[in-house]
Write a protein that binds this ligand. Structure first.
Ligand code: PMM
Length: 343
C-alpha cells in the first residue's frame, strides 16, 4: 500500500504543503472538474462536515422526510448554509434488515435532487453501492462517491471512480442490510476492520484509483454491535495508522440510543443529537478527517469551539479498548443492538 500523508486538522487558515496537490496528482482533466474542491476536501486542514440527506422512505432517522423534491432540495441547501462541506445524498436505506430497492428507483430518487443542489452550488456526495447509480449521480453533478460497501458490492465501482478521478469513501462493510447482523463476529474488531479496510484500499489502488482520492470509514453500525461501535470509536488512531483520511459516522446510531436508554428503552433518534456531537468532536480530536452527521449546525458549532480552544489532540490510546467493551459480542456500554433499533 502507498500511504498518503494525512493532513491533520489545524487551526491555521493558510495552505500547508500537504494541502497542495502532490507530485502524482492526476492531471488537469480531473482538476478541471473536481480541482480545488477535491484538493480542499480530501486534504482539508479543517475537519470536513458531511451533512446527511436521505431521499428514502425508510432510513432510520430521516426516512420519509425528504422524499418530496422541494423538501429535499431545501434541506440540502440548509445543510450547506449550516456549514456542511458536502451534502451526502442517498436513495437506498442501508438500515439493518432493509430490503434493497431497484437501481432505477435509487437513481430516480437521487438524480433530480443532485442536479438541483449542484445547480445551487452545493457540493454533493452520492451515497450508493451501485456503480451505475454513482455514474449517473456524477453526471448529475455529484463530486464524491460515498460507498458503504467499500467497493465490494459492485465490482464496477472502482472503474467508475477511477475514470471520474473523484474522491471515494471506502467504508468497512461485510454484507447487505438483510445479512449484516449475522456478520458482526470479530476476533479483535479494530484489528479486523483495519485489515479488511486495508484490503479494500489495496483493491482500489490495484484498479487504478489514485491514493489521494481515498477516504476510509470504519462503518459504525454495519455488521457491528454497540460494543463494536464503542471499541472502534475509542481506537481510531489504530485505523488512522493506515495513512488515509478517516470519515467518522456515528450520527444518531443505535449505540447512542442504547447508551442513553431509560429502563431498557433506547433514546429515540431525535434525542441523540448531543451524544452525536460529543462523539463527533472526540473523533475529530483523535484525528478523524471528517464527520457525517444529520444536525450540521450543532456539529459545526462544536467544532468551532474545538478550534477556538486550539484544536487539542487526544493522546493515541494504543490497543486497549474502552472499559467494559468486548470485541466478540454485545457487552459494555450500550450492549447489543436492540431489536427494532435501526442501526
Ligand atoms: N451510515 C449510513 C449511511 N451512509 N456512509 C458512510 N460513509 N458511513 C456510514 O457510517 C454511513 C453511510 C447509515 O446512516 P443513515 O441512515 O443516517 O444515512
Amino acid at each position: 500500500m502507498t500511504p498518503i500523508r494525512l493532513c491533520r486538522p489545524t487551526p491555521h487558515l493558510h495552505r500547508t504543503a500537504c494541502q497542495r496537490p502532490r507530485a502524482g496528482w492526476r492531471g488537469s482533466a480531473n482538476e478541471d472538474r473536481y480541482g480545488l474542491l477535491v484538493t480542499d476536501l480530501v486534504q482539508a486542514a479543517s475537519p470536513v462536515v458531511m451533512g446527511i440527506l436521505n431521499v428514502t422512505p425508510d432510513s432510520f432517522s430521516d426516512g420519509g422526510r425528504y422524499a418530496d423534491l422541494d423538501a429535499a432540495i431545501a434541506h440540502g441547501v440548509r445543510l450547506r448554509d449550516d456549514g456542511a462541506h458536502l451534502v451526502d445524498v442517498g436513495g437506498e436505506s442501508t438500515r439493518p434488515g432493509a430490503d434493497r430497492v431497484a437501481a432505477e428507483t435509487e437513481a430516480d430518487r437521487v438524480r433530480p435532487v443532485i442536479r438541483e443542489l449542484a445547480a445551487a452550488g452545493v457540493p454533493v456526495s452520492i451515497d450508493t453501492t451501485r456503480a451505475r447509480v454513482a455514474e449517473l449521480a456524477l453526471a448529475a453533478g455529484a463530486q464524491v462517491v460515498n460507498d458503504v460497501s467499500g467497493g465490494l458490492a459492485d465490482p464496477d465501482m472502482a472503474r467508475v471512480v477511477r475514470d471520474a478521478g473523484c474522491p471515494w469513501v471506502l467504508m468497512h462493510w461485510r454484507g447487505h442490510s438483510r445479512e449484516m447482523r449475522e456478520l458482526a463476529r470479530y476476533g479483535d474488531v479494530v484489528a479486523d476492520v483495519k485489515a479488511e479496510l486495508a484490503q479494500r484500499v489495496e483493491a482500489a489502488l490495484a484498479a487504478g484509483v489514485a491514493a489521494d482520492r481515498i477516504v476510509i470509514d470504519p462503518g459504525l453500525g454495519f455488521a457491528k454491535t454497540a460494543a463494536h461501535n464503542w471499541e472502534l470509536s475509542a481506537r481510531l488512531p489504530e485505523l488512522l495508522a493506515l495513512g488515509y483520511p478517516l470519515l467518522f459516522a456515528a450520527s444518531r446510531k443505535s449505540h447512542l440510543g442504547a447508551l442513553l436508554a431509560v429502563d431498557g428503552t433506547p433514546r429515540p433518534t431525535e434525542g441523540r443529537e448531543i451524544a452525536t456531537v460529543a462523539t463527533s468532536v472526540l473523533a475529530v480530536a483523535a484525528g478523524a478527517w471528517g464527520v457525517r452527521v444529520h444536525d450540521v449546525r450543532a456539529t459545526a458549532d462544536a467544532l468551532a469551539v474545538w478550534r477556538a480552544t486550539g484544536s487539542p489532540r487526544l493522546a493515541a490510546t494504543g490497543s486497549s479498548g474502552p472499559a467494559g467493551a468486548s470485541s466478540t459480542g454485545p457487552a459494555g456500554a450500550g450492549g447489543a443492538q436492540t431489536s427494532g433499533e435501526q442501526r
